[in-house]
Design a protein around this ligand. Structure first.
Ligand code: AKB
Length: 314
C-alpha cells in the first residue's frame, strides 16, 4: 500500500533526518513536511512542505483533509530545558498538540500515529540503573509531566478507539545534521562542535552525570522499525523504553581525546539543567523493544564519536 505521511515538527533535530529517510523509502511526494518555521535546509525543495502550528486545529484539519495521511509523526514539542523557562506553553504545546493530532487521526482514519516520549517521563523515585519499562514515574519537569501524561493519552486512544499509536521513550539524541532543541542532554552535541572548533568545552553537566544517549542513525532506524512492525507484535501502547549507550561527560571527553588528544573539558557550576539530569535514569532496560520488534542498537560510544567528528569536520 502506498503511504502518505505527515511529519509535524519536520525542521527539528529528529524531523530533519526522519523526513529525509522516509522520503528515501516512500518517495518525495509521499512525505509531507510540516513545521511552524520555514525550513532552512533542503526539505522544502525535496518534497511538499506545509506551514502549521499544531495548536491551530482548523489549519491542521485542512492539512489532514488535503492529504488524508495514512501515517502521522508528531515531533513538535518544547524540550526539558526550554520547557522550564515557559512551563504553560510547554504543557499547551506538548499536550494539546498531541490531542489535536489524535483527534484528527481518528476523523481522517489515519492508520498509524507516532509520538515520541522521553526518559524525562521518569523521575527522582524511578530506579536509576537499568530503569525498567514499568516502575514509579514521578517526573518533575513540565516536559516530563507532559510526556508521562501523553503516554497515557496514547494508550487511552488505542484502548478506547483502536487508534494505532506507537511511541518510544527517547534517550538524549546525538546528531550532526540539525541543532538540538533545548534539552538537558544537548551538552553531548555541543561538546563535539567545540572540540573541533577550539579543542575545549565547558559542560553544563558535571563530570559524573551519567545519562542514556543514542546516535540519531539508530534512533531514526528504530522509529521506522517500530512503525513498520506488525500491530500484533506491539505489546506496549504507552511508550517503549529505548536504551542507547550510557556515559558521563568525562567518559565522552576521553573518547573524543582518542581523536583530538589535547581536548580539554571543564565544568560550569549551578546550571539548572544539572537538577533535571539528576532526576533522570542513568541507564535503561529496553528488552521489551528487543523482544517485540527485534530492536538492536548499532552505534556504541566509539563508533558514534568517530562518525560525529568525521561528519562535523567535513
Ligand atoms: C531533553 O534533554 O530534554 C531531551 C530528552 C532526553 O527528551 N533530549
Amino acid at each position: 500500500m502506498k503511504e502518505t505521511i505527515l511529519v509535524i515538527g519536520s525542521n527539528g533535530q529528529i524531523g530533519t533526518e526522519l523526513v529525509t529517510e522516509l522520503r528515501k523509502i516512500h518517495g518525495e511526494n509521499h512525505v509531507i513536511a510540516c513545521d511552524i518555521r520555514r525550513p532552512d535546509y533542503d526539505i522544502k525543495n525535496a518534497g511538499p512542505f506545509e506551514f502549521v502550528n499544531v495548536l491551530e486545529k482548523d489549519i491542521l484539519n485542512n492539512i489532514f483533509k488535503k492529504y488524508k495521511p495514512t501515517q502521522v509523526y508528531l515531533l513538535a514539542a518544547l524540550l526539558s530545558a526550554t520547557g522550564e523557562q515557559n512551563p504553560k506553553l510547554a504543557w499547551d504545546l506538548n499536550m494539546n498538540g498531541l490531542l489535536n493530532v489524535l483527534d484528527l487521526a481518528l476523523i481522517y482514519k489515519t492508520h498509524r500515529v507516532y509520538w515520541p516520549s522521553s526518559i524525562a517521563a521518569f523521575g527522582v523515585n524511578s530506579p536509576k540503573v537499568n530503569t525498567p519499562q514499568y516502575c514509579i514515574m514521578d517526573p518533575n519537569t513540565v516536559y516530563g509531566i507532559s510526556k508521562l501524561a501523553g503516554e497515557r493519552w496514547c494508550e487511552y486512544y488505542f484502548q478506547k478507539y483502536g487508534l494505532d499509536v506507537r511511541s518510544i521513550r527517547y534517550p538524549g539524541l546525538i546528531s550532526w545534521k540539525a541543532a538540538p532543541g533545548g534539552g538537558t542532554t544537548d551538552y553531548a552535541i555541543h561538546i563535539f562542535h567545540d572540540a573541533l572548533k577550539k579543542a575545549s568545552y565547558t559542560s553544563f553537566l558535571s563530570a559524573q552525570t551519567q545519562l542514556p544517549m543514542m546516535y540519531m542513525d539508530d534512533a531514526i532506524r528504530g522509529t521506522i522499525e517500530l512503525m513498520n512492525a506488525p500491530a500484533e507484535n506491539i505489546s506496549i501502547r504507552s511508550s517503549y523504553n529505548f536504551a542507547g549507550v550510557s556515559f558521563t561527560p568525562e567518559v565522552l571527553a576521553a573518547e573524543i581525546r582518542k581523536h583530538i588528544p589535547d581536548f580539554k573539558l571543564s565544568y560550569m557550576k549551578n546550571d539548572p539543567r544539572q537538577a533535571i539530569a539528576n532526576s533522570w535514569p542513568q541507564s535503561i532496560d529496553d528488552s521489551q523493544a528487543q523482544k517485540d520488534w527485534n530492536w538492536k542498537l548499532e552505534f556504541d560510544l566509539a563508533r558514534m564519536t568517530e562518525d560525529m567528528l568525521h561528519n562535523l569536520k567535513s
